[in-house]
Design a protein around this ligand. Structure first.
Ligand SMILES: [Zn+2]
Ligand SMILES: [Zn+2]
Length: 115
């Protein structure tokens, strides 16, 4: 595992789509949690996606059941993840929404055949 690069300056960089397999997806009946190393600073970033919000895409959720891996993937597919490594990188703006290096990326749906 690559060490967390604490010297990286804060920069809002679009890292583009990343393989879902690079991250751990877990869920309970309310939230899907994506965690894994930030592709830029390599700090561990954890992002919660509450199902109440993503459910507004019109997907029906059975709230009393945990999600299948396929459902988890559907929740986070094309969602933007921001680095939330929790370390205040140099030049982190005051009031930044996410404490991290500023990088952001999307999760590629793992089952997609590509376009
Ligand atoms: Zn980062
Ligand atoms: Zn970091």
């Amino acid at each position: 595992m690559t060490a967390h690069d604490l010297d990286l300056r804060y920069a809002q960089l679009d890292l583009g789509p990343r393989e879902e397999s690079e991250f751990d997806l877990t869920s309970d009946s309310r939230t899907v949690v994506v965690s894994g190393p930030c592709p830029r600073c390599h700090g561990t970033s954890t992002t919660d996606f509450p199902l109440g919000v993503v459910g507004s895409k019109g997907m029906p959720w059975k709230r009393d059941k945990s999600l299948t891996p396929a459902e988890r993937s559907a929740v986070v597919a094309d969602e933007v993840l921001y680095c939330e490594c929790g370390f205040g990188h140099p030049e982190l703006p005051d009031g930044a929404l996410f404490v991290g290096c500023g990088a952001y990326w999307r999760l590629k749906p793992s089952s997609g055949s590509g376009t």
